[in-house]
Design a binder for this molecule. Structure first.
Ligand SMILES: [Zn+2]
Length: 254
């Protein structure tokens, strides 16, 4: 029994060595397996990247298609808008040169009193039913032509208090019957006759001389009023804002 413990220890050590060796081998195998797994994982990862990339590409393609659709939709919108605009331009002519830049004092709907008016002295008050197009000082003694803004028929050509010379025509704007009033014209310059058909772009006449009977004492400018419906309404101002619904803002047509 003298050698019992040493033998046991040797056996334990031997078993230990065998275990360690076996473990190393198996660890190596495991590593190899892991490597395989890793390379597979990499492959899978690559595949998945490719798939992702494909998906991404597909997404991009889809998005791009969606964008194209959106673009074509928005283009459609623009085209439609243009159509409307073109429709407007086909149907509506500017009443005076540089029309937009001349709207500096009384746009549609502005509330005027003799006190607050941008025009002094002022004899009117109320909500403006038309759009006023101003003239420059340099145009005081220059003929300023006024152009028919729409196709229609001459309904009125006469002197009207507050305006001087007036021409009113019938027209259809946005499928709606309207009457269009051109105020402060030189009556003698209007060669058109009541009942006569006119076309958008036709010359109506010229503006009356400022502060004369031609404009009934007003400054040299054009008052353009578009009254909804077939009935004629001479009013340049109304006392309540809700009454403005009887007129169209000409500025929105240009
Ligand atoms: Zn006016």
């Amino acid at each position: 029994m003298k050698f019992f413990w040493p033998i046991i220890i040797i056996i334990i050590l031997a078993v230990g060595l065998v275990l360690v060796f076996t473990h190393q081998s198996s660890t190596g195998n495991v590593n190899i397996v892991n490597n395989n797994l890793n390379s597979k994982a990499v492959q899978n990862l690559n595949t998945s990247n490719i798939n992702q990339a494909d998906n991404l590409n597909q997404t991009i393609v889809n998005e791009s298609i969606a964008n194209q659709n959106q673009n074509s939709n928005s283009n459609q919108g623009v085209i439609n808008q243009n159509k409307n605009v073109n429709f407007g331009f086909v149907e509506i002519n500017l009443p005076i040169s540089n029309a937009k830049s001349r709207i500096t004092k009384k746009p549609f709907g502005i509330y005027i009193t003799p006190k607050n008016s941008p025009v002094q002295p002022e004899k009117f008050s109320g909500y403006h039913t038309g759009v006023d197009f101003e003239t420059l000082a340099a145009e005081a003694d220059v003929e300023v032509p006024i152009i028919a803004i729409a196709n229609g028929k001459v309904l009125v050509k006469q002197f009207v208090s507050g305006y001087g010379g007036v021409l009113i025509q019938s027209a259809t704007i946005n499928n709606q019957a309207v009457t269009i009033l051109y105020g402060h014209l030189k009556l003698a310059s209007i060669n058109l006759k009541v009942g006569q058909q006119i076309r958008a772009g036709d010359k109506i006449g010229i503006l009356g001389k400022g502060f004369s009977s031609e404009t009934d004492g007003e400054r040299k400018h054009l008052h353009l009023g578009i009254h909804l419906g077939a009935s004629i309404n001479y009013r340049g101002y109304v006392s309540t804002q809700s009454q403005l619904s009887g007129w169209l803002d000409a500025q929105k047509l240009f």
